[in-house]
Design a protein around this ligand. Structure first.
Ligand code: SF4
Length: 701
């Protein structure tokens, strides 16, 4: 039996697993010696081998027969030739920036890097962004503002177990990445307190010492209220504030207006619980605040995170072991995917495309004139919103994303996809987005190709290839180099080998914030992962950031005075409820993979809307009824799931399904002004029982 140590294809924990290829087929077992999951896996990880050899796997390029409007199998030569023709035609007619690239936070570091280079050097377009814009961009922007550097967790997971108090806001880790809960269980066994802020009483909230069931969209008010109590009750660390931060005085004055009664009215969290939370955090010797998409995916997402960072800093719970603010990234390479150039405004190594010195460095690595390096493009939703129209992209490449399901206001995005002159999608299955394409390219998946991922701790891990891709399938790096060659830009893309690309990435990142230049495949294998920054071959990596200084110009962390502002939409007479969205344990992102794994599909076969029994009774809805949820963007038909675990004014729909039950048909694309993160987590909605049309008189009964 052949075995390979590798990593899960799904979330940001990047659990270590061994893939065995034996006479009975492929099977996954967790790696007990891998220092992140320590032998744990969730259902998605256990069933990951089901994706390999799946009967629906794409194994040949497809091209749209425009007369019959169907996709038909073609050769790679025909597909590449069509792509080159379409790109040349669109760029000749509308300019270089009429071609866009949409990447994904699940792509390896090598693919993320090559995709950014492909857009700017291969296509010579500024128009590239990725679905990580929809995930971690608000936390990233807040991290940069407050600390001068963005790494999701600035400490290893093992620090969680040693923190005496933790406030977790907008995360349901017990369902989204269950193996991480072992650290919170250890924290509890060590006598620590866990406070969870979430509109739903999730499994994570049930595991907490204290649950703050806040009104959706009131996170900044909650944080400001906790800081108000901490200041009033002398819980601040004035020495830390004086020695290691700037800007506290304005924040201190600002939180004066967030007195507890007012914050209870805004957030719905009782004063007693607010006071208890502030004291648990303030009186602990060590404490952390962790956030995830619940607080970040809002039009105030950056301010929400900054308000929580203010709390951490004011309590002196930062810049030392077992303390700090951290973002729990979601997608498999949510961290690395945002460091190496997929973002519209960013270059490899976390460099800025607007900074002349950064541009010059990358242009030199890429062997082009700095003047030929495009400027910043627009953010993900802005690109999708303008697609197919004057000034927008006319042709789009999609790698590692099912944006027809995962983008906000999905109905609008689907129409815009159809308005494109040319859409090319690389995927392993015919996703909802691929089904709309003009050309579909079958690509390799996790265990069929090597590459590095950077997990939520900033630990760079090596996902090793265990088997060959099916006949007819290419890796994404082979696809990108082949397209570049077809476009006559091949000399800038000499290799599709992941290890060679990683070495170039390391060179490009040298001296940047996310410095990978001291990391190699051999070093990752020897250390079971390397934390960036790692600027030299002899450097061991950096598990903990900010112990001596922050990455700001003066080395101090910055407070930001941020007010609570209402979400872009609040309930009214027409749409009287809040709608929020999220994940369930059995599925991942748009479900392209997990909906095709029979064991996962059987666990949660269809979309549902959670609603409180009081609301259900008022509307005459029973558990399991077919219901229609409507917002200003559209409607979705799902099953009612009546549960006391949600607020009576709020609905929750998981976003893993397409078609008529797609949650993103409903979500609001209102953007955070800084991060351009859409407001997935709050909008106004109404719900009613689905009324079936009367059966025809002659229908059989
Ligand atoms: Fe681990 Fe996440 Fe994979 Fe589950 S989905 S096994 S938590 S990496």
């Amino acid at each position: 039996m052949q075995t390979t140590d590798t990593h899960c294809p799904y979330c940001a924990l990047q659990c270590g697993m061994t893939l065995a290829n034996g006479p009975d087929g492929l099977a996954v077992t967790p790696r007990p010696d891998f220092p992140v999951n320590k032998g744990g896996l969730c259902q998605k990880g256990w069933t990951a081998a089901d994706l390999l050899g799946h009967p629906e796997r794409l194994t040949t390029p497809l091209m749209r027969d425009t007369k019959a409007d169907v996709l038909r199998p073609v050769s790679w030569e025909a597909a590449l030739s069509r792509i080159a023709h379409e790109i040349k035609t669109v760029q000749d007619r509308h300019g270089k920036n009429a071609v866009g690239v949409f990447g994904g936070g699940g792509l390896t570091n090598e693919k993320s890097y090559l995709l950014g280079k492909f857009a700017r050097v291969g296509l010579q377009t500024s128009q590239i962004d990725y679905n990580g814009r929809f995930c971690m961009s608000s936390a990233a922007a807040a991290n940069l503002k407050a600390f001068g550097m963005d790494r999701g967790l600035p400490f290893p997971l093992e620090d969680i177990a040693q923190a005496q108090a933790i406030l977790m806001v907008g995360s349901n880790s017990a369902e989204t990445m269950p193996p991480v809960m072992q650290y919170f269980e250890a924290q509890k066994e060590n006598g620590g307190a866990l406070i969870v802020a979430d509109p739903r009483r999730t499994p994570t909230a049930r595991a907490a010492t204290l649950h703050l069931q806040l009104t959706p969209g009131t996170d900044a008010a909650l944080a400001n209220g906790l800081l108000h109590i901490a200041a009033a009750d002398s819980l601040l660390d004035l020495d830390f504030i004086a020695a290691r931060t700037t800007g506290f005085d304005a924040v201190r004055r600002m939180v004066n207006s967030y007195w507890p009664d007012r914050v209870e009215r805004i957030t719905g969290v009782p004063v007693k619980a607010l006071t208890q939370a502030a004291h648990l955090l303030g009186e602990a010797q060590t404490a952390m605040v962790l956030t995830a998409r619940g607080t970040e995916q809002q039009a105030q997402g950056v301010n929400n995170v900054l308000a929580l960072i203010n709390l951490v800093l004011a309590l002196g719970k930062s810049g030392r072991p077992n303390c700090g603010y951290g973002c729990l990234t979601g997608q498999g390479n949510g961290q690395g995917g945002r460091e190496h150039g997929q973002k519209a405004d960013q270059l490899p190594g976390y460099r800025s495309i607007k900074n002349p010195a950064h541009r010059a460095h990358i242009a030199d690595v890429w062997g082009i004139d700095e003047a030929d390096l495009p400027q910043a493009g627009v953010s993900a939703y802005e690109m999708l919103d303008a697609m197919g129209r004057e000034g927008g992209v006319r042709a789009l490449f999609v790698f590692g994303s099912n944006l027809g399901v995962s983008a906000p206001h999905a109905g609008h995005v689907q129409k815009n996809l159809d308005a494109l002159t040319f859409l090319c999608v690389s995927d392993i299955f015919l996703s909802e987005t691929a089904a709309r394409a003009d050309v579909v390219l079958p690509c390799a998946q996790w265990a069929e190709e090597s590459g590095t991922m950077t997990n939520l701790e900033g630990r760079v891990v090596l996902r090793r290839a265990a088997i060959d891709p099916p006949q007819g399938v290419k890796t994404d790096t082979e696809i990108l180099t082949a397209i570049a060659a077809q476009l006559g830009r091949g000399r800038w893309f000499p290799s599709s080998c992941p290890e060679t690309i990683f070495a170039e990435l390391g060179h490009a990142s040298r001296g940047g914030a996310a410095d990978y230049s001291g990391i190699s495949y051999a070093k990752i294998a020897a250390q079971d992962g390397v934390f960036w920054p790692c600027p030299e071959a002899q450097h061991p990596g950096t598990p903990r950031l900010f112990l001596d200084a922050y990455a700001t110009e003066d080395g101090r962390a910055k407070f930001h005075s941020v007010l609570h502002r209402a979400p872009a939409e609040t309930p009214d007479a027409e749409f009287p409820l809040y709608l929020t969205t999220g994940r369930v344990m059995a599925h991942y992102q748009s479900g392209t993979q997990t909906r095709r794994v029979p064991r996962l599909a059987a666990l949660v076969p269809e979309a549902f809307a959670e609603m409180h029994p009081t609301l259900a009774q008022k509307l005459g809805i029973d558990d399991g009824d077919s219901i229609v949820v409507t917002t200003r963007r559209g409607e979705a038909t799902v099953k009612a799931k009546v549960t006391p675990a949600i607020r009576a004014d709020t609905l929750f729909i998981p976003f893993h399904w397409g078609g008529a039950s797609c949650a993103n048909l409903l979500t609001n694309p209102a953007l955070d002004p800084v991060s351009k993160m859409p407001e997935f987590k709050v909008c106004a909605a109404r719900v009613e029982r689905r009324v079936l049309p009367p059966a025809p008189a002659d229908a059989p009964v």
